[in-house]
Ligand binder design. Structure first.
Ligand code: COA
Length: 259
């Protein structure tokens, strides 16, 4: 049985973590396969965006696989953290938009993985949390950084230091979940519809927005200068020409013929 599933339809790659009996916990094999699937999606010109989800109906991902790292040394644990952080950073820096479709538990590494995606759609029954303090450890896949970015310092500290999960309504209120749907059956269609909206826009401009928003969180980068550079660069693209021509001609732009 494949541990991570990859399928492709209508410009969208769907990547599904497939360990439902273990609540889709992230072991090294899952991380390696995830990496491979994202590389495949990014390298495929027919793929314009990605939906990431978990198999089964109980969890998106219930965290890093505790049984795997239970006896790690400090050096091994640090290496695992670095490995996961680098993978999640590559997801965050994907120029193709990535939407996490979250149902059930998104805990620990699961919450961190969802946060590395650009947007999150959750079912009403979803639960987000960073329970690592219950194990006597801190999050290791970027959770202490991205949670602050998404929900602010006070709420991030509350979630991180109590380890208590929040429900989907609270996640939505805090800006952690972009949208909430009632049923799991609505989840993938909603994620796909959101991506299809983006596919109507200039793909280079969408990639630019992702890159520039990520730049905001890099202390060593001057986001305004980078924005001006990007803005200027796009003026010499066919996509910009198409967008402006379409506006002038009072028609809808067709960017897809001008990748
Ligand atoms: N790592 C490894 N295995 C995990 C796991 C994880 N993070 N989360 C769940 N599992 C496994 C369980 O060990 C169990 O396996 P088993 O059937 O072989 O015993 C299976 O998934 C089902 O989980 P279970 O705990 O029986 O389900 P539950 O409904 O009682 O509880 C959770 C669900 C998510 C609340 C609970 O599994 C849990 O707390 N998981 C750990 C969450 C966590 O701390 N994540 C951060 C890790 S850094």
């Amino acid at each position: 049985m494949e541990i991570v599933l990859f399928s492709k339809d209508a410009g969208i790659a769907q990547i599904t973590i497939n360990r439902p009996d273990k609540m889709n916990a992230l072991n090294r094999a899952v991380l390696a396969e995830l990496d491979r699937c994202f590389q495949q999606a990014l390298g495929d010109p027919e793929v314009n965006g990605v939906v990431l989800t978990g198999a089964g109906d109980r969890a998106f991902v219930a965290g890093a696989d505790i049984s795997e790292f239970a006896h790690y040394t400090a050096a091994e644990a640090k290496a695992l953290s670095t490995f996961g952080q680098e993978l999640f950073r590559r997801i965050e820096e994907s120029p193709k938009p990535v939407v996490a479709a979250v149902h059930g538990f998104a805990l620990g590494g699961g919450c961190e993985l969802a946060m590395a995606c650009h947007l999150r759609i959750a079912t009403r029954a979803a639960r987000f949390g960073q329970p690592e303090v219950s194990l006597g450890v801190v999050p290791g896949y970027g959770g202490t950084q991205r949670l602050v970015q998404l929900v602010g310092k006070a709420k991030a500290l509350e979630m991180l230091c109590t380890g208590d999960p929040i429900d989907a309504a609270e996640a939505h209120r805090l800006g952690l979940a972009n949208h909430v749907v009632e049923e799991q059956s609505e989840l993938l269609p909603r994620a796909q519809a959101l991506l299809q909206r983006m596919f109507l826009r200039g793909s280079q401009a969408v990639a630019g927005c992702i890159e520039l928003v990520n730049d905001f969180f890099q202390a060593d980068r001057d986001g305004y200068a980078l924005e001006a550079n990007y803005f200027g660069r796009l003026f010499e693209t066919d996509q910009f020409r198409e967008g402006v021509d379409a506006f002038m001609e009072k028609r809808k732009p067709n960017f897809r013929h001008k990748p």
